[in-house]
Design a protein around this ligand. Structure first.
Ligand SMILES: [Zn+2]
Length: 152
């Protein structure tokens, strides 16, 4: 049987690297832009490529897909399907990489924010998250921000 996607695409899918310009990313960028932030995309910081970078503020923002990044307690992260050990390992690797990246950026003096996909799907929730993110960027009280998520 032939594979429906080519080798390169498959390897990208398996590695969990999403293509850029996903819908949650676009929504988040638009909201930041509206607040007056000027951002860059595709910027590399020590070989790490955050989804959105606010250069002069030294803020790196990741818009995480709940499934790929296995958002804990989130319904988008789960499937009824029984995962093979290979996939379980993949998810585990993704989580560990996220932790590593966070630590590395923080140590390099960057503040890191994670916006989960699920919060971008609900306009009411999203407005609150962006408000909190905005405060977090302005206040410089902590190195890390993570969006609230819907538990239902
Ligand atoms: Zn989620």
């Amino acid at each position: 049987m032939t594979d429906v996607v080519n080798k390169k695409t498959r390897s990208r899918m398996m590695s969990g690297i999403r293509s850029s310009n996903t819908k949650p990313e676009i929504i988040t960028r638009k909201a930041l832009h509206k607040l007056g932030y000027r951002y860059r995309t595709g910027t590399k910081i020590q070989k790490i490529r955050p989804d959105i970078v606010l250069c002069c503020r030294k803020v790196a923002i990741f818009v995480h897909g709940c499934y790929w990044h296995q958002h804990a307690g989130c319904k988008l992260a789960y499937s009824d399907r029984e995962y093979s050990p290979k996939w379980k390992k993949k998810f585990q690797d993704n989580r560990q990489r996220d932790q590593r990246v966070l630590k590395q950026l923080n140590e390099a003096g960057w503040r890191v924010a994670v916006v989960w996909e699920c919060v971008t799907r609900d306009a009411e929730v999203f407005v609150k998250v962006i408000d909190k993110l905005h405060n977090w960027i302005q206040l410089h009280e902590s190195q890390y921000f993570e969006s609230d998520y819907k538990k239902t």
